[in-house]
Design a binder for this molecule. Structure first.
Ligand SMILES: Nc1ncnc2c1ncn2[C@@H]1O[C@H](COP(=O)(O)OP(=O)(O)O)[C@@H](O)[C@H]1O
Ligand SMILES: Cc1ncc(COP(=O)(O)O)c(C=O)c1O
Length: 277
C-alpha cells in the first residue's frame, strides 16, 4: 500500500479547532499520513478566552523537521510560526530538501482577536517564506500585510493583493474573502499569474468558524500530497472547509469551532460557483 505523507509546521491550538490539530485531523480525513513540527503553543484563558502563546525554541523546531524530512513528505504546509528564526528555518528547509508542494498559510491573527500574535513575523513572511510558496492562502488582513496595502474591502482589492503577492514570487495565490468580505457569498480569488478565478459558495450564517483557515490550507496540502493538480486541490479544500463550517459547533460562550469530520460524514454537499473575473 502506498501512503502519501504531509507535513505541517504550525502551532498547537489547545482547543483543537485550528493549528496542528486542524491540520492532522484534516490530513487523516482526506486519507493522508500527517506529521508535524510544533512551533508554538496557544492556550486560552477560561475566563474571557484571552490567547496566551508559548513559542518553542528554533532548535526544537529544527530537530522535529530533521526527523520528518528524513522520512520524506509529499506536500507540506505552514501555519502559525512563532518567530523570524522559525520562518527563516522553514525557508532554508524548503530549499535544502527542494520541497515543491508547499502551501504557506500566513497566519498572523486568531479569529476574534484583533491582536497580531507574533507581529514581528509579518515582514519575514513577506520577504522570506511566502515567495517560496507554491500556494499562499492569506485572508483579507494577511493579504493586506503581505501586499503592503491598506484595508482590503472589495474584489478588486483582493485581485490587486493577489497580483502583488504573486509578483513577489508565489506561484498561486488564494485570497480568502470568507467572512471578512461584505458580501452574501463566501468568495475566494485564485490567481496563477495569468488569470483570476473567483470561487464562491453560499455564506453560512455562523460564528462557529474557529479553525476554518487552517482546515482549508490543510485540505489543499492533503490533496496535493495525493497528486491532485493545484486547481482541483483548492476546489476540494473549499468543499471540505464549507462542510466543516456548516457543521461547526459551539464550544462555550466565546467560541465555536468547525467540525473537521463533516466532509467524511456528510459528503460533498457544497455547490461551488466558478468564474473568471
Ligand atoms: N461563513 C462562511 N461561509 C462559507 N464559507 C466561509 C465562511 N467563512 C469562511 N469561509 C471560507 O472558509 C475558508 C477559510 O477562510 P477564512 O475563515 O476567512 O480563513 P481565516 O481563518 O484564515 O481567516 C475560505 O474558503 C472562506 O471563503
Ligand atoms: C495555533 C493556531 N494556529 C492558527 C490559528 C488560526 O486559526 P484559524 O484557522 O481560525 O484562522 C490559531 C487560532 O487560534 C491557533 O491557535
Amino acid at each position: 500500500m502506498s501512503i502519501q505523507r504531509a507535513l505541517t509546521i504550525a502551532g498547537s491550538d489547545s482547543s483543537g479547532g485550528a493549528g496542528i490539530q486542524a491540520d492532522l485531523k484534516t490530513f487523516q480525513d482526506l486519507g493522508v499520513y500527517g506529521m508535524n513540527a510544533l512551533t508554538t503553543i496557544v492556550a486560552m484563558k477560561p475566563e474571557g478566552w484571552d490567547h496566551q502563546v508559548f513559542p518553542q525554541d528554533v532548535k526544537t523546531v529544527e530537530a522535529q523537521l530533521e526527523t520528518i524530512l528524513s522520512i520524506g513528505v509529499d506536500a507540506m504546509k505552514t501555519g502559525m510560526l512563532a518567530s523570524v528564526d522559525v520562518i527563516e528555518l522553514a525557508g532554508r528547509k524548503i530549499e535544502e530538501y527542494d520541497l515543491k508542494q508547499t502551501v504557506i498559510d500566513p497566519v498572523l491573527v486568531c479569529k476574534g482577536e484583533d491582536e497580531v500574535l507574533h507581529p514581528e513575523t509579518a515582514d519575514a513572511l513577506r520577504e522570506v517564506l511566502v515567495p517560496k510558496a507554491l500556494i499562499a492562502t492569506p485572508n483579507l488582513f494577511e493579504a493586506s500585510q503581505l501586499a503592503q496595502m491598506k484595508t482590503i474591502t472589495t474584489i478588486d482589492g483582493m485581485k490587486e493583493a493577489a497580483a502583488r503577492i504573486h509578483e513577489n514570487g508565489t506561484t498561486y495565490v488564494v485570497v480568502k474573502g470568507g467572512k471578512q468580505l461584505e458580501h452574501d457569498q463566501a468568495i475566494d480569488i485564485v490567481y496563477d499569474g495569468k488569470e483570476f478565478k473567483r470561487l464562491e459558495t453560499e455564506k453560512i450564517d455562523t460564528t462557529y468558524n474557529h479553525g476554518a483557515g487552517c482546515t482549508f490550507a490543510a485540505a489543499i496540502t492533503a490533496e496535493l500530497a495525493k497528486g491532485k493538480n493545484v486547481h482541483d486541490a483548492i476546489e476540494t479544500a473549499k468543499q471540505f472547509v464549507t462542510a466543516a463550517i456548516t457543521h461547526g459547533w459551539r464550544m462555550n460562550e466565546y467560541v465555536g469551532a468547525v467540525w473537521h469530520g463533516a466532509y467524511r460524514e456528510y459528503g460533498n454537499e457544497t455547490k461551488i460557483q466558478k468564474q473568471e473575473v
